[in-house]
Design a protein around this ligand. Structure first.
Ligand code: AGP
Length: 611
């Protein structure tokens, strides 16, 4: 989604801003722009399309202070006039987030004779800055943001202040960086990659004033606040392709390492007494998340209910707060998010906390809004994920949630220390728990084997790319893998696709099944296999070609399937971590067969920071 980069330094700002914007390209955007200050008036350059086009247009433009932006259209079409920065009067502004009351604010401005140059909600911020301008830049910002409803991360320049940039945040991430006496601001850490960079994330309601001579932080009342800085070797936050054609393909190969690392970090954490108390008293688990993260919640629900015998529910975060959810002190709410910045997940997590739930965040980005909000964080250690289509982060989420399920199981059985390192020793005492933990520890190797077994997906993709629509079916835990396989496929191949519980097909969707609608069955649970086969036969009888992803060797050779992939067998509750891999690779190969860039799907953004 939208990206922000700002710079105050001794060098020309344009190359710094462009490099930062390039590092944010993976997030998805449709236009880009920058504004520079070089003593006099602003230099504004904006382009629809790629950062490369902006780079050509910005060549030779001077200014040691600047702000840059990649825009993912929400209010107003993708176009040059709607691209940020927006300038009004003495102020240039770039904005991430959504200003919910912009219509009323814009109307007020128009009634007093001001004209607007774009269709965006963001431009109103520049007008407010001008309205409150009495010569003190910080005061103008404080008064302007006080009138905004919604979410914002802002970087602002003011004409006549050629060595100053102000940044402000509420509900949208923003990080200040410093290296060698030069100052940076960015919406995401990868934009600030480089050795020796010191970083300081802003919290909601905070304002940073960056000048060539130093940085100062203020609250919304204008009171000075002290902030902590941490040094990051952010070189590692800017992943390279390392010979792979696409990040998505590379990230699938990184799945075994991601899950091994996630499990290792979970199990080495010192015991946490208050978490143990919470797990012991948990009577109901709600997992709130969106998209792929929600699908990890579907798999986790099966595992928690089966292993801990505690009722669990996977909740679509964007629906959660509108259904007046039932939450009590014995409800454990687990918010799952790769980015930790998804607006819907954050809103659901906030509501759950307000209602008294204990909040666990399962997040891949360590310093995110979600991790700041949570009572306890279970990190996924997948490393930065560039592909918009989540792969390794999904598998890492599964492992984190399975370990949580084992902790809840241990808590239910009366163990006192059920968190992290305590879980490992508890499992050593109990035969069945030990077996389950060993199964989890074996998953990285099984995932590696599944990647090797998925070569055939290239051949499947050649057939799938001309299909009318593609259906994925499965029962129990296999359903969780099926819906994720379907989401992956539609995200990057743009082919219509649905994932269904196999038994649901006959209740309506079967009407759509025919010759040009392949059906992919996921089948790893022997107890349910014949039931799933019934659905497969129903589809074949209507002319569909059926494809199979299975760990059951006796089904892999069955003649009714057009093709099948045999993945290694594992404990059925954990099987989605393995069986999803051929589906991720199928989506990747189908995107290529359709001529699409799998890393940059149209209309989608990596981190969805608007409701
Ligand atoms: C997954 O491929 C998608 N990009 C999307 O569904 C994503 O999982 C969803 O937007 C949630 O993102 P989060 O994990 O960063 O919260």
């Amino acid at each position: 989604m939208c990206g922000i980069v700002g710079f105050v330094g001794r060098r020309n700002a344009a190359p710094v801003l462009l490099e930062g914007l390039r590092r944010l390209e993976y997030r998805g955007y449709d236009s880009a722009g920058l504004a520079l200050l070089d003593g006099g008036a602003f230099t504004l350059v904006r382009r629809k399309g790629r950062v490369a086009a902006l780079e050509d247009a910005a060549r030779g433009k001077a200014g040691k202070v600047g702000i840059g932006h990649t825009r993912w259209a929400t209010h107003g079409a993708p176009s040059e006039r709607n691209a940020h920065p927006h300038i009004y009067g003495k102020f240039a502004v770039v904005h991430n987030g959504i200003i919910e009351n912009y219509r009323a604010l814009k109307k007020e401005c128009e009634e007093s004779g001001e004209t607007f140059a774009s269709d965006t909600d963001s431009e109103v911020i520049a007008h407010l800055l001008a309205k409150y301008d009495e010569g003190d830049f910080l005061d103008s910002v404080r008064h302007a943001v006080a009138g905004l409803r919604g979410s914002y991360a802002l970087a602002i320049l003011c004409e006549g202040r050629p060595d100053e940039l102000i940044a402000a945040r509420k509900g949208s991430p923003l990080i200040v960086g410093e290296r060698d006496g030069e100052w940076y601001v960015a919406s995401d850490i990868p934009a600030l990659a480089g050795k020796g960079m010191k970083l300081c994330p802003l919290s909601d309601g905070e304002i940073a004033v960056l000048k060539r001579g130093g940085a100062a932080f203020f609250d919304i009342e204008g009171k000075r606040i002290e902030k902590e800085w941490a040094e990051y070797d952010t070189e590692t936050s800017a992943p390279q392709l390392c010979g792979y054609p696409h990040f998505m393909r590379k990230e699938i190969d990184e799945i075994p390492a991601s899950i091994a690392q996630t499990a290792a970090e979970f199990l080495k954490k010192p015991a946490n007494q208050s978490l143990c108390e919470v797990l012991c008293h948990t009577e109901y688990v709600q997992i709130v998340a969106c998209g792929t993260a929600y699908h990890s919640g579907l798999a986790a629900k099966c595992a928690i209910e089966a292993l801990a015998r505690i009722p669990a529910e996977a909740c679509i975060a964007s629906e959660y707060r509108y259904r007046d959810p039932v939450v009590s002190k014995s409800t454990l709410v687990v918010a799952v998010s790769q980015s930790g910045e998804t607006a819907d997940t954050l809103a659901a997590a906030r509501l759950a906390k307000e209602r008294g739930a204990y909040l666990i965040a399962v997040a891949n980005v360590p310093h995110s809004s979600l991790t700041a909000l949570a009572d306890h964080v279970i990190p996924t250690a997948a490393g930065t994920e560039i592909g918009v289509a989540a792969t390794k982060s999904y598998n890492a989420q599964l492992i984190a949630l399975y370990l949580l399920a084992l902790s809840l199981r241990a808590a239910k059985s009366g163990a006192r220390d059920v968190s992290s390192s305590g879980l490992a020793s508890q499992c050593e005492r109990d035969g069945e728990d030990a077996r389950l933990l060993e199964t989890l520890r074996a998953l990285p190797a099984l995932c590696g084997e599944a990647i090797a077994a998925s070569r055939k997906t290239k051949e499947w993709a050649r057939r799938f790319c001309s299909a009318k629509s593609i259906y994925f079916i499965g029962r129990g835990c296999d359903h969780a893998a099926a819906v994720e396989g379907s989401l992956k496929l539609k995200e990057i191949s743009y082919l219509p696709s649905e994932g269904y519980p196999a038994g649901e097909l006959k209740h309506g969707t079967l009407a759509l099944i025919g010759r040009d609608t392949p059906v992919v069955a996921v089948m790893t649970d022997r107890a349910l296999a014949e039931k799933t086969m019934n659905s497969v036969h129903e589809a074949i009888s209507r002319g569909a070609d059926a494809y199979l992803v299975t760990s059951l060797s006796e089904y892999a050779e069955r003649k009714e399937f057009a093709a099948s992939i045999l993945v290694p067998a594992c404990e059925r509750l954990f099987s989605p971590a393995v069986s999803v891999i051929p589906l991720q690779l199928l989506a990747y190969e189908t995107a290529l067969a359709c001529g699409n860039d799998p890393d940059k799907p149209r209309n989608l953004a990596k981190s969805v920071t608007v409701e």
